[in-house]
Design a protein around this ligand. Structure first.
Ligand code: G6P
Length: 478
């Protein structure tokens, strides 16, 4: 029997492919948009890589299959797994906790039990898929117990973990009833990647508070048999497919579409844009409030400035997300009712996702991009906007200092979204910013997203894992 096990296995909650059922009832799979799969695709192809993940719907009962040179290993989730592991523990416990308790996290033992058993299912699939001495790269907060499960079963593996969301300060993290189990789960990895230096620091501090392990810089010394194993916990800020986005934004049909958008909005002098999953971490309410007040104060005229807010549906069965949708839609409706005219609506609110081409056209049309997250691991929209504006070096990025991207995009207009007065002044300043200053700021940001694209990110992370496999002293990387 041929050994079809892989030397590189990626494990993430969602598969990198989306399933759609055609009119003939036949399912087809297409690559989902997103940087991770774009970056990993070439490496996965050449390594004969496998990807373990969930197909996005309950009880699909699928066998592994091949898609574009990648072996896809689907994990089954039942309705109850989705409720307890995905909507519950992942998105109503960990998500709010890790985003600085913007919404109150719920702690339920049944949800934890489900998190544990689903993590076990993902780990078992990865164990079966991995060739001897393979590298396994686990992604994100839904799967924090997987690294340790892998190590216990397969000490031959080299194991990476990347946390796409923030890691909170210990004073917040310590609320979690299962705080030690999660840290132990993560420490099963050889390399633990975070978005920001601050996240890595929060993690090593939590290790010191909860376990008798010593740390030095980014290295955690974890007891292993008679000796100790070095675990590297360090920032690897994720990025986007910069060249792909630049190319997309230069296509004539995308540029034409941007013109059309401006025309359809009634040719306002300035267009402002927000693009987010409809999530309470994104600060959509703060942004809309600031915009409404600017209209009320007469500092913005309807027809002169238009705000387009794309809010793509997300986690719609979780109560906090339902409430947020009601609140945002109430506020948007009020502002449009109070300040709209027959010909102009102040806010064009769109509750759906769009293909990449349409996003690129929106970025090109937007004079001011508003990223006002209250807390965000990175925020790739900010980077996409910069990449899309590489051609004309125009546009102003208003960026929350609470988004990971603010560590890199230092010449954005940095704001504190909780300070509504400051946010209003920053928005007015962005609308009035002279062309020369816009160019100068955008040029510096473009340099950064070109240097650190998602390909660079994954290569750097995989290189750290390679060094572990070779037995290098990790202190050099710390
Ligand atoms: C964030 C998380 C991802 C997640 C995505 C969409 O970016 O870091 O892990 O996949 O949100 O959320 P969803 O719950 O729809 O997968």
């Amino acid at each position: 029997m041929p050994d079809d096990r892989s030397h590189l296995v990626v494990v993430s909650n969602r598969l990198p492919v989306d399933r759609t059922v055609g009119p003939d009832g036949e399912p087809t799979w297409s690559q989902s948009p997103g940087g991770l799969v774009t970056a990993l695709e070439p490496v996965m192809r050449s390594a004969g890589g496998a990807w373990v993940g969930w197909g996005g719907q309950p009880d699909l009962g699928l066998e592994p299959f091949e898609h574009d040179g990648i072996r896809i290993i689907p994990i089954d989730l039942s309705e109850s797994d989705i409720e307890r592991y995905y909507e519950g523990f992942s998105n109503d416990t960990l998500w709010p906790l890790y985003h600085d308790v913007i919404a109150p996290p719920s702690y339920h033992r049944l949800w934890w039990d489900s998190y544990l058993s689903v993590n076990r299912r993902f780990a078992d699939a990865a164990i079966a898929a991995a060739a001897p001495d393979a590298t396994v790269w686990v992604q994100d907060y839904q799967l924090q117990l997987v690294p340790r499960m892998l190590r216990e079963a397969r000490p031959d593996l080299t194991i990476g973990f990347f946390n796409h969301i923030p890691f909170p300060a210990y004073g917040i993290y310590s609320q979690l009833p299962w705080r030690t189990q999660i840290i132990e789960g993560l420490l099963g990895a050889d390399v633990i990647g975070f978005q920001r230096v601050a996240d890595a620091g929060n993690f090593t501090r939590a290790v010191r508070r909860l376990l008798p392990y010593s740390t030095k810089g980014s290295i955690v010394n974890v007891p292993d048999g008679d000796g100790a194993r070095q675990v590297l916990a360090k920032a690897f800020p994720i990025s986007i497919d910069t060249a792909g986005f630049e190319e997309l934004a230069q296509r004539p049909e995308v540029r034409a579409r941007a013109e059309q958008i401006r025309h359809d909005l009634g040719n306002p002098r300035k267009i402002m844009l927000g693009v987010d999953r409809l999530d309470y971490t994104k600060g959509i309410r703060h942004r809309v409030k600031a915009f409404g007040e600017l209209l009320a104060d007469g500092r913005i005229e309807v027809g002169d400035v238009a705000l387009v807010q794309v809010a793509s549906p997300s986690r719609e069965r979780v109560e906090t997300y339902r409430q947020l949708r009601d609140e945002v839609e109430l506020t948007v409706g009020r502002i449009n009712g109070d300040y709209g005219t027959i010909s102009h609506q102040p806010i064009s609110y769109l509750h759906h996702g769009f293909p990449r081409e349409e996003m690129a056209a929106l970025y090109l049309a937007a004079d001011v991009m508003l990223v006002t997250a209250l807390r965000d691991g990175m925020n790739l929209v900010a980077k996409e906007y910069v990449a899309a504006r590489s051609g004309d070096l125009d546009g102003v990025l208003v960026l929350s200092e609470f988004a990971g991207a603010a560590d890199e995009l230092r010449t954005a207009v940095l704001i504190n979204p909780h300070d509504i007065a400051g946010l209003k002044d920053a928005i007015r300043g962005a609308l009035d910013m002279p062309r020369e200053e816009r160019r100068r700021r955008m040029r510096a940001m473009r340099k950064r997203v070109r240097e650190n694209d998602v390909e660079h990110w994954s290569a750097t992370f995989l290189d750290a894992l390679r060094r572990v496999r070779r037995g290098d002293d990790l202190s050099a990387l710390s």
